[in-house]
Design a protein around this ligand. Sequence first.
Ligand code: CDP
Ligand code: MG
Length: 194
Amino acid sequence: MERTLAVVKPDGVRRGLIGEIIRRFEKAGLKIVALKMLKPTEELAANNYPDTDEWFKKVGERSSKTFASIGMDIKKKFGTDDPILIGKTIKGWLVRFLSSGNVVAMVLEGNRAADNVRRLVGETDPLMAQAGTIRGDLSIDNVVLGNSSNRPMVNVVHASGNAEEAKQEIKTWFNDSEILEYNRANEDEFYRAW
Ligand code: CDP
Ligand code: MG
């Protein structure tokens, strides 16, 4: 079965949402196969997000689009409209934020775990996240407010973007020996044929 990584971010932990977030994953059928609370070092936080121009560009371009869609000039905020430089600035904020407090990291296992967890987590920007998703139900920040205040938007949970990213991220957060195998009593029910 596929595995993916989810991390309750410092805002989620401080707000007492650990149980609420885990409940949603577990209830949907995802099996928790690793779980720990820790205060990430800056190094760990940095390793959670790729250091590639591709990632910086993706994050920067998305931000530019959002700012443009509400008629705001991203250049005024970031001092540049180069998506790579914008992405790098955002990564700096993210590292500071993620290492600012305790987080709860977990590995979740199940059919199409990465896509299913993203579905439950919802859109990156809470303002765009549908009600019913974790970010849609549990946060009211948005990218413009966050970035205008020189910080990342706070959206309570991190989740790997896809199965490929998940492989790398799980290695970043967990040793093999911390990932456990067991059967859940109702496990077969999620995939049963009759
Ligand atoms: O977290 P997710 O995979 O949905 O989004 P991402 O594009 O990989 O960005 C990682 C994190 O950066 C987001 O969850 C936000 O906290 C933050 N971010 C931000 O604060 N401002 C942006 N313009 C883009 C991302
Ligand atoms: Mg991501």
